[in-house]
Design a protein around this ligand. Structure first.
Ligand code: SF4
Length: 192
């Protein structure tokens, strides 16, 4: 007996596709780039599917990553959302002016540093990891910034959020340079 229900409000869906990536056995983008639930039934803009506890975790995770709150998971016994989020409740919004002075604020990652080089002919970006003693300790080849920075994080080769963010931004530049065959110099702006 299903104890929960997952719902997608297709009017709210912006087609970002995170739900399909996370749980492709349940969610699928249709030809209009809107999420549908496999085996679900439609009522107006809402598609719903009764689910059991085995599918609860993936549905809750999909709902939490959905940037437009298009996915809802309801506990059928209480009729309430099980998400534990409250996106419509207004709370004080902090206004923060971004600032960063690299000379004063930059801190060397205690785990080491990276060099980045795109190879357009091979369609890869090669990242070299040097440890705290400046020894070459790993070479990572990848096709996209996303797979490389996630590999670096998984391998625990960075120790600071700031360094991980730097790598994400620098690798994205390298990916653009590789795909558009632009010159790439690490830490320099891209010349388009
Ligand atoms: S994650 Fe949300 S916005 Fe993105 S496709 Fe799924 S339902 Fe639509």
């Amino acid at each position: 007996m299903p104890e929960y229900e997952v719902r997608v409000d297709r009017k709210k869906c912006i087609g970002a596709g995170f739900c399909e990536k996370l749980a492709p056995q349940l969610f699928k983008l249709d030809e209009n780039n809107r999420s549908t639930i496999k085996g679900g039934s439609s009522k107006g803009n809402v598609i719903s599917l009764p689910i059991g506890p085995a599918q609860l975790k993936e549905c809750v995770e999909a709902a939490k990553v959905c940037p437009s709150y298009a996915i809802e998971v309801i506990d059928k016994r209480t009729g309430k959302s099980v998400l534990g989020i409250d996106p419509d409740k207004e709370i004080p919004v902090k206004k923060i002016k971004a600032h960063y002075e690299s000379r004063k604020e930059w801190v060397m990652d205690t785990l080491g540093f990276f060099t980045i080089k795109p190879f357009p002919d091979e369609g890869i970006i090669r990242v070299r990891y040097y440890n705290a003693k400046h020894q070459l300790a790993a070479e990572i080849d990848g096709k996209t910034a996303e797979e490389i920075y996630n590999t670096i994080c998984r391998e625990k080769l960075v120790s600071s959020l700031s360094h991980a963010a730097y790598l994400g931004s620098e690798l994205q530049k390298a990916e653009i340079a590789m795909k558009k065959r632009l010159p790439y110099v690490q830490d320099d702006p891209l010349k388009m």
